[in-house]
Write a protein that binds this ligand. Structure first.
Ligand code: CP
Ligand code: NVA
Length: 305
């Protein structure tokens, strides 16, 4: 494991190893305070962020290292100089790179040319660190993963793609309900179904929100228009309302189902205020677990000489 770009790139054992290490880090943070002593992470952000920025930055500090924030104005990815040159500059100075960008091919190119670990902090295609934190949260809340049913409603976007891959690595049944034309990408579904064969778990894609949510252990949603899709927002606001997670839809899930969201949330759009504020909501546990899971990923990638 040189990089962490997609949950699909890691083995089922590595998936479990990351979650177990993250849990130990959460319970015994002191044990890990020098694990990345004097290591430096460059963080490239081409899109805004609260959680990703703060958790990577303090994650590095708490492990004994440091992080450098590079804003869109600093680097101007591919405009001021080519991605491959950025990679071969950064590798001379720092020990790892976290990147949040638009095109997934930019993350892949950076990883190809940089001889140091590259972590995907969100691309238009995937959001792998989020999915790891989400599955850590699910495991904490439900005591296991295998055999659970996770329902995802809304846009078949980067978050949905990474959740599909995560489910396929640990035997969680996942049911995705999107409006027609907004389904997750076919190649992602095919790869995940291939992984899931070992477990025999289901990866279901539907346009029917009620059937997706039926008897689910967790109900997940995300914004209807992601960063970079602002011009589609008005159009999507008209198409997506049947997929809103509200009390009525939650009542079709299991009684003890949790509500999940990667945040930021748009109340009154993909989720109602009463659901996100309810006792079923675990959204801030997910946000907390970003810290622990990313520390685990950084130790595994950057802590080995
Ligand atoms: N969930 C998430 O990645 O949040 P930010 O966009 O604030 O980093
Ligand atoms: N799908 C969202 C996730 C934000 C964390 C986006 O890409 O904007």
């Amino acid at each position: 494991m040189k990089d962490f770009i997609s949950v699909n790139d890691i083995t089922k054992n590595e998936f479990e190893e990351i979650l177990n290490l993250a849990q130990d880090i959460k319970e015994n943070p002191e044990k890990y305070k020098n694990k990345l002593k004097d290591k430096i992470l460059a963080m490239i952000f081409e899109k805004p962020s609260l959680r990703t920025r703060v958790t990577f930055e303090i994650g590095m500090l708490q492990l004994g290292g440091e992080a450098i924030y590079l804003s869109p104005n600093d680097i101007q990815m591919g405009k001021r100089e080519p991605v491959k040159d950025i990679a071969r500059n950064l590798e001379r100075w720092v020990d790892g790179i976290m990147i949040r960008t638009f095109g997934h091919e930019i993350v892949l190119e950076l990883a190809e040319y940089a001889n140091i670990p590259v972590i995907n902090g969100l691309s238009d295609l995937l959001h792998p660190c989020q999915a790891m934190a989400d599955f850590m949260t699910l495991k904490e809340k439900k005591g296991k993963l295998k055999g659970l049913k996770l329902a995802y409603l809304g846009d078949g976007n980067n978050v949905a793609h990474s959740l599909i891959f995560a489910a396929s690595k640990c035997g969680v049944n996942i049911s995705i309900a999107t409006p027609p034309g907004y389904e997750p990408k076919k190649e992602i579904i095919e790869k995940a179904r291939e992984n899931a064969k070992d477990f025999g778990n289901l990866i279901e894609i539907t346009n029917d929100p009620e059937s997706a949510v039926k008897d689910a252990d967790a109900v997940y949603t995300d914004v209807w228009a992601s960063m970079g899709q602002e011009q589609e927002r008005e159009k999507r606001l008209k198409i997506f309302p049947p997929y809103q997670v509200n009390r009525k839809l939650m009542s079709l899930a299991k009684e003890d189902a949790v509500f999940m969201h990667c945040l930021p949330a748009h109340r009154g759009e993909e989720v109602t205020d009463d659901v996100i504020e309810s006792h079923q909501s675990v959204v801030f546990d997910q946000a907390e677990n970003r810290l622990h899971v990313q520390k685990a990923i950084m130790i595994l990638l950057m802590g080995r000489e």
